[in-house]
Design a protein around this ligand. Structure first.
Ligand code: CUA
Length: 311
């Protein structure tokens, strides 16, 4: 699996527009830097202090010069403004009355994804099909966050009570990494985003899988894990379809085993890591809203086995 971590490999027209703007701004900045650097070097060589020379001639109040150095920066700023506004328009054309393809809901400190057309609800790993221009609605459940996947599009603020919209038209398959781009508390740096862009048939298959209610656990260990999960406080915060767990504070765990990472990217999703996470989530994500449940290692293992069976 290719994981895209470079900011300079745009995977959508929206990200490409931003990259073009970046290079354009960089070129202007480089030109200004070069001009200033050359002038500074020239002036310090040409007008350096020479032995025996007195104070140089003092000039002040040159209207022509002052006009030039006012007008040039004003023109540069106007050009940058127009180019920036054009680029913003590429990522954010009006949505009109169109229903979003997916709603991104930021939480302290994870991401919830709701697909209104299919009813799929998942967390942290956003699946989308290649080659379809998707309308993304960005909301927040608590404080201000910011949804940002550099290779796919613009930063979008997640503001409580004020949904924002953006478009992402992913043009190649793969995994694209993103992060929260607005300081939102202790774990701001640990709310990673993975966008998994799939071929249309693979994406449709994924949706079908997500809609399936996982069968009850079969093995003895998984059964014990299921009982622990149901008897402890887990069910107050998490949802697992087909069980009485229907909390909405934490991520939906119906298909947890399908995800690549745990805790919004802090650990790879393996049985060992999930056991450690259950024993002490605060060790891996200090300040996160998942409490230490005081499980024994065996209890944590039992629950991990159950959860890792939720494909
Ligand atoms: Cu969420 Cu920063």
């Amino acid at each position: 699996m290719i994981v895209d971590t470079s900011t300079f490999s745009p995977g959508s027209p929206q990200a490409l527009a931003i990259e073009h703007l970046f290079y354009f701004d960089l070129a202007i900045a480089a030109l200004i830097f070069l001009t200033v650097a050359v002038l500074v070097i020239y002036v310090s060589a040409r007008f350096r202090q020479r032995p025996g020379a007195g104070e140089p001639r003092q000039d002040e109040g040159n209207p022509k010069l002052e006009l030039v150095w006012t007008i040039i920066p004003a023109v540069i700023l106007a050009v940058l403004f127009v180019r920036t506004a054009q680029t913003m328009a590429v990522a954010n054309p009006s949505a009109g009355k169109r229903r979003p393809n997916v709603a991104v809901i930021a939480h302290q400190w994870w991401w919830e994804y709701r697909y209104p057309a299919s009813g799929v609800i998942t967390a942290n790993e956003l699946h989308m099909p290649v080659g379809e221009d998707w309308l993304i609605e960005v909301r927040s459940a608590d404080v201000i966050h910011d949804f940002w996947v550099p290779d796919l599009g613009a930063k979008v603020d997640a503001i409580p009570g004020h949904p924002n919209h953006t478009w992402i038209d992913a043009r190649r398959t793969g995994t694209f990494l993103g992060t929260c781009a607005e300081f939102c508390g202790a774990e701001h740096a640990l709310m990673g985003i993975r966008v998994i862009v799939q071929s249309v048939p693979a994406f449709d298959g994924w949706v079908k899988e997500q809609l399936q209610v996982p069968p009850p656990p079969t093995g003895a260990v998984a059964k014990r894990g299921f009982k622990l999960f149901s008897d402890r406080t887990c069910v107050n915060c998490h949802t697992i379809a087909g069980t009485k767990a229907n909390g909405t504070v934490g991520p939906d765990l119906t298909h947890l085993a399908d995800r690549e990472t745990l805790g919004a990217g802090v650990l790879n999703n393996t049985e060992d890591n999930l056991t450690r996470w259950l024993e002490n989530p605060q060790k891996y994500k200090p300040g996160c809203n998942m409490p230490i449940l005081h499980l024994t290692q065996i209890e944590a293992r039992d629950i991990a086995v159950y959860l890792e069976g939720l494909k």
